[in-house]
Design a binder for this molecule. Structure first.
Ligand code: G6Q
Length: 555
């Protein structure tokens, strides 16, 4: 593997000492000891201007981070840490198209996917923006043809159903975006998503659909992914059981990929292939051609609005001083809890049903990016890296796991996401929904004391059970209404927060070597499952026994 030596050396130079021995880090560790016992109640009482001071607006989003366990001094120390660990220079290196994905020797330019036509982003010495717009224009032409009914299936009927076949980055973004923007989508068309190699996923996705009205988008950067290719072949078989003639495949399959040769080999006309580039990581690709299903659902105009939201947050991230930079602040607060308070997780709690897949999407974005334990210069870290992100839409979570967040033994920082207006106004529903956002954040921060519980007439023996310790931190992110622009800003906010964390940890947030070993073993075991029942196995005793058991049951 060729490693970009200049980046590696530059980064190693910036991090000329292990993170934990860095003065900024040690100052934070000392400061944390003084702050650990301070209550949010006190911090608010001592500082009447706190709520105004720790809030921020950017790219259509409002962030209230005043209910975090920090003071102005904490933030100053965190900004110092960001500066001293080179967050700003690494950010510039990304925007400049330098190969900051050192282990794959690639630029990291998802920001170019949402560039304006007149912008310039350079990879390998050439401006990539014209190619980005060329693909976007082809996608728009295609989407318009399908949406207008001009694109016809093999019987001459228009397309009514679109199925995206992909996995990981080629699935989670499209599913999330489709769900999030369902309000803006074509209601007379059906959109489904197949990712799992479990045949159930495919069977349910095509259930009830007419092949002659169904279009498959095979979304795979490499066009070699086992799950996706297996599902794509099953899709072709499903179509041809009705259509008979393989020539009909062309009307029902398009591809999103960087691998034209494999697309052609599958039988898809490369005229109907939408490309992207090796400088786009899978989990950063929902706004590339991987978003074709999104564009088919909401139309090119709304897709353009989505890109504009991403772009607005990119601009903010690149230009705002750290002290006023929303993704930087969110990333630093994540580091604060992860590395100084020992928090293991961050809960993301969207109070909007349309964002029901947002936590699942974020799981990949955050954990595939920062779930690493080796630094850019090849050393084992001696500090925690990326926290676990998880969540569920409110208010459902309140009736399930919020108990642990309020009264459990773990400190779980929460991100609440809410909207001032609903896309589906219905009586008092929205006011009640939002009342819950504000109430939860308040309850977590300020809790309820023993005196308050007693004053309600609670018997003494029950009092301890009804106390809420409080002092549990949260962000509240508000936007006016869930538009395509807001969705773009929100995703970019988390992308850049992940970037900030990864830059501080000194890791490569853009590779994913940790998924390789399982793939290799599965390939080998897959072949062994078909071998004769008594043929030898050379795994560990547990794996051997499991394979034998499965072989017997299968036989
Ligand atoms: C994301 C990862 C991974 C990838 C899938 C699908 O950053 O690279 O989740 O998106 O493995 O890969 P293909 O698009 O190549 O099928």
């Amino acid at each position: 593997m060729v490693v970009n030596e200049s980046i590696k050396t530059a980064v190693a130079g910036e991090k000329n000492m292990a993170l934990q021995r860095h003065p900024a880090w040690q100052a934070l560790a000392r400061h944390c000891e003084t702050l650990r016992t301070r209550q949010l109640r006190e911090l608010f009482a001592d500082d009447p201007g706190r709520a105004e001071r720790f809030q921020l607006e950017a790219a259509g989003l409002f962030l209230d981070y005043s209910k975090q366990r920090m003071t102005g001094e904490t933030m100053a120390l965190l900004f110092g840490l960001a500066r001293q660990t080179g967050v700003e220079s690494r950010r510039e290196a990304m925007f400049a198209g330098e190969k900051i994905n050192v282990t794959e020797n690639r630029s990291v330019l998802h920001v170019a996917l949402r560039a304006a036509r007149t912008d310039t982003y350079t990879a390998d010495g050439h401006n990539v923006v014209p190619e980005v717009h060329q693909v976007l224009d082809r996608m728009a032409t295609f989407a318009n043809r399908v949406r207008s009914g001009e694109w016809k299936g093999y019987t001459g009927e228009p397309i009514r159903n679109v199925i995206n076949i992909g996995i990981g980055g080629s699935d989670l973004g499209p599913v999330m975006a489709y769900e999030a923007l369902r309000h803006y989508s074509r209601r007379d068309m059906t959109f489904r998503f197949v990712s799992n190699i479990d045949g159930t996923d495919f069977a349910e996705a095509v259930n009830g659909l007419v092949p002659a009205q169904t279009l498959f988008i095979v979304s795979s950067k490499t066009f070699t992914t086992l799950e996706t290719m297996t599902n794509a072949h099953s899709a072709r078989d499903w179509l041809l059981r009705a259509a008979k003639d393989p020539a009909h495949t062309a009307r029902h399959f398009v591809a999103v990929s960087t691998n034209a040769q494999a697309v052609r080999a599958f039988g898809i006309d490369t005229q109907n292939m939408f490309g992207f580039w090796d400088w786009v990581g899978g989990r950063y690709s929902m706004d590339s051609a991987i978003g074709l299903s999104t564009m088919l659902a909401v139309g090119p105009e709304n897709f353009t609005r989505l890109l504009a939201g991403f772009r607005a947050m990119d601009h903010h991230f690149r230009t705002a001083p750290l002290e006023k930079n929303m993704p930087v602040i969110m990333g630093l607060l994540a580091v604060w809890y992860n590395n100084f308070f020992g928090s293991q997780t961050v809960a993301v709690l969207p109070y909007d049903q349309y964002l029901k897949r947002f936590p699942a999407y974020l799981q990949q974005l955050t954990m595939e990016s920062n779930g690493k334990s080796i630094t850019l210069d090849g050393q084992r870290v001696d500090y925690q890296t990326g926290p676990i992100y998880w969540g569920e839409p409110g208010t459902n979570g309140q009736h399930s796991f919020y108990q642990l967040i309020h009264q459990g033994t773990k400190l779980i920082p929460c991100d609440f996401i809410g909207f001032c207006r609903s896309l589906n106004p219905l009586g008092q529903h929205h006011d009640l929904l939002m009342a819950n956002v504000f109430a939860q954040a308040e309850a977590l921060a300020f809790g309820k004391t023993a005196a308050e519980v007693k004053a309600e007439g609670t018997p003494d023996w029950l009092v301890p059970h009804r106390i809420f310790e409080g002092n549990r931190p949260s962000n509240v992110i508000l936007a006016d209404v869930l538009t395509p622009e807001v969705l773009g800003s929100l995703v970019a906010l988390y992308e850049h927060s992940v970037f900030t964390q990864g830059a501080i940890f000194g890791i490569d947030s853009f590779d994913q070597w940790g998924v390789e070993l399982g793939k290799v073993l599965a390939k080998r075991i897959g072949e062994e499952l078909f071998a004769p029942t008594d043929s030898g196995l050379t795994h560990d005793a547990s794996t051997n026994a499991l394979i034998r058991r499965y072989r017997q049951a299968r036989a």
